[in-house]
Design a protein around this ligand. Structure first.
Ligand SMILES: NC(=O)c1ccc[n+]([C@@H]2O[C@H](COP(=O)([O-])OP(=O)(O)OC[C@H]3O[C@@H](n4cnc5c(N)ncnc54)[C@H](OP(=O)(O)O)[C@@H]3O)[C@@H](O)[C@H]2O)c1
Length: 345
């Protein structure tokens, strides 16, 4: 078991110890779930968040405090090393840094500032505060890096591995929110949009709660330490076509699909890329289209480097919650989902 000078025994059946955990990216989808999981495991959690957090700054400070109830919430700029030390770590000792921080847009400048540089600053501030262990939420897609945000994430993964700190780099497959964007279209009687025949890609979706639990358990499970951990949810890999079929069945509608050729995305990318040389905001839109194309053509599964093929069987699973149960809850109005800045549909 990994212990630190101020570890507190909780007396839990597993003999796990309570640690002082500094969390960045706590207001995000997986950040919130991870904070809940850390608190359930008896850790002392301090979250460092923006004064206005959430998608387009929708969360005021008191809302963030409420969302992260049970944790201490401190406010400041994670991108500023002085603010991290002064307003975040506050000269106190911490044991673990957990990061669910990620650029909300995926635009190159934002990605390098957040997915790489802010993480470097946070790691160094954490090390100065006594942290010996880091749990990083990354993404499975960095195994085939074609996009700016993937390169930024990989650069920090490398920095973390070389830091000498104990690390867990968690690379999950697709989140439920990213696979739920079309429910409103379908509800309104519109067709479900598919790239190609809808069977170009597959993923093993993972729920927020299952991923939060997986990340929190990295603190105490040596087999999850000093490793890169690809991880999916329970059950078989699912294609876009299967997602559409399920949504129609749950909403009691006959299936209706529209097929979008991938070549159309190539035309959009080329057009925005050219115009983006003159108008910077269009360059960001071109990157958004590249991100869309990536997810339209690459599976969120472990890539076999020998064959260059994605391999569902080689993609580990965790948890109990399935995408189709989540769709049923969405269809019945039991839950709602927040889409985020780079939603494609
Ligand atoms: N979506 C998927 O299907 C999927 C699949 C696999 C892996 N992933 C990866 O999982 C990670 C997290 O995903 P998520 O959906 O939980 O992210 P999210 O909901 O977009 O949350 C991002 C977090 O980072 C914070 N953040 C972003 N820019 C910031 C800045 N400039 N300053 C301070 N904080 C900033 C956000 O704070 P605010 O609330 O203040 O904005 C928020 O707490 C990403 O790395 C993503 O690549 C995603």
């Amino acid at each position: 078991m990994h212990t630190t000078p101020n570890a507190v025994q909780t007396g839990s059946p597993q003999g796990m110890s309570s640690r002082r955990v500094f969390v960045i990216g706590a207001t995000g989808t997986i950040g919130q779930a991870t904070v809940r999981a850390l608190l359930q495991r008896g850790h002392q959690v301090v979250c460092f968040v923006r004064p206005r957090a959430g998608v387009r700054g929708a969360l005021a400070a008191d809302v963030s405090r409420q969302l992260l109830q049970g944790a201490t919430v401190r406010f400041g700029a994670v991108t500023d090393p002085a603010a991290l030390a002064r307003d975040g770590f506050c000269g106190e000792h911490f044991d673990v840094l957990v990061s669910c921080l990620a650029s909300r847009t995926g635009a190159p400048k934002d990605a390098w500032a957040v997915d790489h540089q802010a993480h470097v600053h946070a790691l160094e501030a954490a090390r100065a505060a006594g942290v010996t262990q880091v749990v990083l939420l990354s993404a499975i897609c960095v195994q085939k890096p074609l996009l700016a945000f993937q390169h930024a994430k990989l650069a920090f993964e490398k920095y973390l591995i070389e830091s000498g700190l104990t690390y867990s780099i968690v690379r999950p497959t697709a989140f439920f929110k990213s696979l739920s964007g079309q429910i409103e279209r379908v509800r309104r009687g519109k067709p479900f949009l598919l790239f190609g025949d809808g069977r170009l890609t597959a993923c093993k979706p993972i729920s927020d709660r299952d991923l939060g639990a997986y990340l929190a358990d990295c603190l105490d499970q040596p087999e999850r330490q000093n490793r890169i951990l690809p991880i999916g949810g329970p059950g078989p890999a699912i294609t876009s076509r299967e997602q559409g079929d399920k949504l129609f069945a749950l909403l009691g509608r006959s299936p209706k699909f529209s097929h979008v050729p991938v070549a159309l995305l190539d035309v959009i990318i080329a057009l925005l890329g050219t115009l983006g040389r003159l108008i910077p905001t269009l360059a960001d839109k071109a990157e958004l289209a590249r991100i869309g194309r990536y997810y339209a053509t690459e599976s969120m599964l472990v890539l076999n480097p020998q064959t260059g093929q994605y391999d569902a069987d080689a993609t580990p699973s965790t948890g109990t919650e399935t995408l189709f149960d989540f769709y049923a809850d969405l269809a019945s109005g039991k839950v709602a989902t927040e889409r985020g800045d780079h939603a494609v549909f």
